[in-house]
Design a protein around this ligand. Sequence first.
Ligand SMILES: Cc1ncc(COP(=O)(O)O)c(C=O)c1O
Length: 397
Amino acid sequence: MTCDINNEMEKQLFFHNYARLPLAITHGEGTYLYSTDGSRYLDMISGIGVNALGYGDSRIVGAIREQAEKVIHASNLFMLEPQFKLAGKLLEISGLSKVFFANSGTEAIEAAIKLSRKWAFLSGKADKKEILSLSNCFHGRTYGAMSLTAKPKYLDGYDPLLPGTANVSFNDTSDLKAKVSDKTAAVFVEFVQGEGGIHTVSHEFINVLKTLREKHDFLLVADEIQAGCGRTGKFFSYMHFDISPDLVCLAKPIGGGLPLSAVIGSSKVEDVFAAGNHGTTFGGNPVACAAGLALVDAIYKDNLMEQAVETGKWIKQALDALAVKYSQIKEIRQYGLMIGITVNRDASYYVQEALKKKVLVNATSGDVVRLLPPLTASREEAQQCINCLDEIFSEET
Ligand SMILES: Cc1ncc(COP(=O)(O)O)c(C=O)c1O
């Protein structure tokens, strides 16, 4: 059976919730994706930050094959070795106490919301229900996660949202002090906001949050879904700060490209869930956990966090040089391999122009060109991306 894969067909088959590029993919290799016409594209967005080792890494493919031959799915009625090994590894890295596995970022956030409210309930404070998040954040698209995500673009028409959620102005310590109280059950923080355009929370803000946590006894939840797994140069982006979260949400790269997410919790919340309080059929799928284990091993074995720091710095310097030449560049923000370039027009223009030059970049927050290359990206590949942007900016002027 032949099958047309094009944007017309896409409109016929699917709900219109994705703005897909006119690119039908056959396979990937390293930092490159290949399309049906045989063209090769440099991928500087890596499946929106999922493919930390690029495409086709033999260790991940091998781990998937080996586990698939043993058992693909058995459910959480049973104990499965890859889950145990990956959970052990995440606890070792974080120094925290317990793990819950789910399948996607938004599900990890839902689990963290439920853990927070139940923790507050068990502590006997009936009115401790409020969940705070920061303006410009993105935590996902299911109802709880969406209710924390304050942007109208994601919310319009979906009322009513989860009650008891509110937003604190990003990096605004006065607003934080005004909004936090004994009623606060949890504060959710992306230490580096990804969808929001690559903005990092300030040390001052985190220090105030830490003091307020001592005073009002709420949970600090680190959303590491985009910034985690080494992308900022440390395994978790909160590790750049002097703070230990109570809950950490992890997804995107942690399944080596397969759907997997995790919530890691401190001893403070370790007894919150009892059997049946929460769960998911597919959460912690053994094939995904085996792939995740291969990913984490590779990150340490190949010093990929150090590489992310070096490649990121190099890209920043190259972009700074472009910013001197081109007034279209308004600001550059870079934390390891999370890179945002604020431009003076709709950033999707640059996505389309880069596509013509066979380079894949992404637009977020309207005017931000976002780069999330694999941690394995080489200097030559980074140079190819810079050359492409240089050409686009120069052709535009
Ligand atoms: C910081 C952050 N949190 C949560 C999510 C939601 O993850 P998912 O799309 O896997 O549900 C995302 C996705 O982009 C994210 O970047």
